[in-house]
Design a protein around this ligand. Structure first.
Ligand SMILES: Nc1ncnc2c1ncn2[C@@H]1O[C@H](COP(=O)(O)OP(=O)(O)OP(=O)(O)O)[C@@H](O)[C@H]1O
Length: 232
């Protein structure tokens, strides 16, 4: 199940740049929300703060109504990240890339079985021995998504996940992400310039100059619901 996420009056500046200016937001558990806005609007900053990769200058962030813990590493382990540039480890096989985030930790599940289940879910079970360089960009992003989900995170943050892909491949990744959300129920926050990706989410939030300028519900088309497995 996903987590709820709340930002209360969050601000973050870098030097004289106000990346986020007094932003308040609440995401219900299991939401898929798209963060849109021009380059520099503050989308990545929102994700970095929620993921515990950066700290606000002021304001509060809570997950499941608990303030982010002081030990952010514990929080980060409950968050999956997907990036624009896949960031796979080039010398490791597909299977080992998916396993990499959980190798340092004790986990209460069978790591390899879980990695294989995820590779199956992203359609790459038969490529588990391949190296990233042997895969297309879309396939590499599929591996990165499987890697992000290996620790069973209740929260998935994706920063421009289709930004490095052609539009047809990007569309496949969009459908995959939404289908995985249906299957695993995590909360999903996605920074994107891709209107098709935003149209598949439940909610669209637009930022400009570090402020929220629009926050509207989205209703995916019946065709899209069918494709991501929400209808029959
Ligand atoms: N580590 C940093 N150091 C300095 N300035 C930063 C840093 N991170 C972000 N900024 C600045 O904060 C503002 C918001 O950046 P952010 O990356 O959140 O925007 P974005 O909406 O994600 O943009 P893009 O679509 O280009 O990724 C920008 O002006 C950016 O230059």
């Amino acid at each position: 199940m996903g987590t709820s996420v709340t930002l209360e009056s969050v601000s973050r500046s870098y030097g004289s740049t106000k990346a986020l200016d007094d932003v308040s937001l609440h995401f219900e558990a299991g939401t898929a929300a798209a963060l849109m806005g021009h380059s520099g609007a503050g989308k990545s900053t929102v994700l970095h703060l929620i993921g515990g990769m950066d700290l606000p200058d002021s304001g509060h962030i809570s997950v499941d109504e608990q303030p982010l813990p002081r030990r952010l590493d514990a929080h980060r382990r409950r968050v999956g990240f997907v990036f624009q540039r896949f960031h796979l480890l080039p010398a490791l096989s597909v299977l080992d890339n998916v396993l990499a985030p959980v190798l340092p930790y004790q986990v209460d599940f069978d790591r390899k079985a879980r990695a294989r289940e995820l590779l199956e879910a992203v359609g790459l079970a038969i490529r588990e021995r391949a190296l990233p360089s042997e895969l297309s960009g879309g396939q590499q992003q599929r591996v990165a998504i499987a890697r992000a989900l290996i620790g069973r995170p209740p929260l998935l943050l994706a920063d421009e996940p289709t930004g490095n892909l052609d539009s047809a491949t990007g569309q496949e990744i969009v459908e995959l992400l939404l289908g995985l959300r249906e299957r695993y129920g995590m909360t999903m926050l996605i920074a994107t310039h891709n209107p098709e990706l935003a149209a598949t989410c439940d909610r669209l939030i637009k930022l400009a100059d570090g402020k929220i300028v629009r926050d509207i519900p989205v209703t995916p088309s019946a065709d899209m619901l069918q494709r991501i497995g929400r209808l029959g």
